[in-house]
Design a protein around this ligand. Structure first.
Ligand code: LIP
Length: 271
């Protein structure tokens, strides 16, 4: 019972914090003209005062309530804990969209246990007011309503979300994009991996693939997909180093094999 109580107490805090963080982020979003923005790795990899402010709000709230918990945030890194519980947070996922005034951004909060198993995940998209939530073994919900992946779509009829960044060579994604189009499929890129993966859970996308993404971008969303009946390939953040990132694949069950075979085929031809 203690584990369940520990999770429930942290879930209650996560629900409160993500709502407050959403209001803070929306305030910055409405006042972008005065938003401080810095480039990180390159001109497409930026961080704003909103990212930093939202992470500071969440980090300080968690530290006040659960001082022995670990915390990994995109902007201020990993703080190891002693309780066995670790929070993984992307304060603004889709920062590039945020700073350009596009609505596809979100706040992502995940809790993992000492075995690196994600126990709950929350994703709030403040512009749409959509809150995705999943607790391990308890299903996934969107604004309180049950979520289910699209069990009917095929690669020829569904939409595949693709993510791209300058963290990997352009050919790593362009070759998959070409193979998908040549097979009769179609793609979208929203700029927020977390939100796109959550939309797989909602049945809006039949799959999401990105050759490199980070744990804070996707741990919450991957649990939401699994709890909505979807497939997710193992992600490094759930078993290996939390800080290296790696490829992410989340799909409706019937899409997993054909899309994975397409990606493997592209990689074999490139090698
Ligand atoms: C973003 C991811 C997206 C990826 C971008 C960036 P951020 O996260 O959600 O999938 O393609 O390069 O990493 O940096 O906006 O939190």
């Amino acid at each position: 019972m203690k584990v369940a109580d520990d999770i429930r107490a942290r879930l209650d805090l996560a629900r409160d914090i993500i709502g407050e963080a959403g209001r803070l982020a929306l305030g910055h979003f409405a006042d972008r003209a005065h938003l401080g923005i810095d480039a990180k790795l390159n001109g497409q990899d930026v961080v704003s005062a909103a990212d930093r402010g939202v992470e500071t709000l969440i980090r300080s709230s968690v530290a006040a309530a659960f001082p022995d918990d670990g915390f990994l945030g995109e902007e201020y890194g990993l703080q190891k804990g002693r309780s066995g519980w670790r929070w993984t947070v992307d304060p603004i996922d889709g920062t590039s969209c945020f700073v350009h005034g596009l609505p596809s951004w979100c706040i992502s909060v995940a809790l993992s246990d000492a075995d690196e198993q994600t126990r709950f995940g929350l994703i709030l998209a403040p512009v749409s007011g959509e809150l995705y939530e999943a607790v391990a073994d308890e299903g996934a919900r969107l604004n309180g309503q049950p979520l289910q992946v699209d069990g009917q779509a095929s690669l020829e009829t569904g939409l595949v979300g693709l993510g791209a960044s300058h963290r990997v060579a352009a050919t790593e994604i362009s070759a998959v994009l070409q193979a998908l189009l040549e097979s009769g499929g179609m793609f979208v890129r929203s700029g927020s991996g977390a939100l796109s993966i959550a939309e797989v859970a909602a049945g809006r996308l039949c799959a999401y693939y990105e050759p490199h993404i980070n744990a804070w971008d996707c741990l919450a969303a991957l649990l939401i997909v699994r709890e909505a009946g979807g497939f997710t390939a193992e992600f490094p953040g759930e078993g290996r180093s939390l800080l290296q990132g790696g490829p992410v694949l989340a799909t409706a069950p019937q899409i997993a094999r054909p899309l994975n075979e397409m990606i493997i085929g592209v990689r074999q031809r490139a090698s």
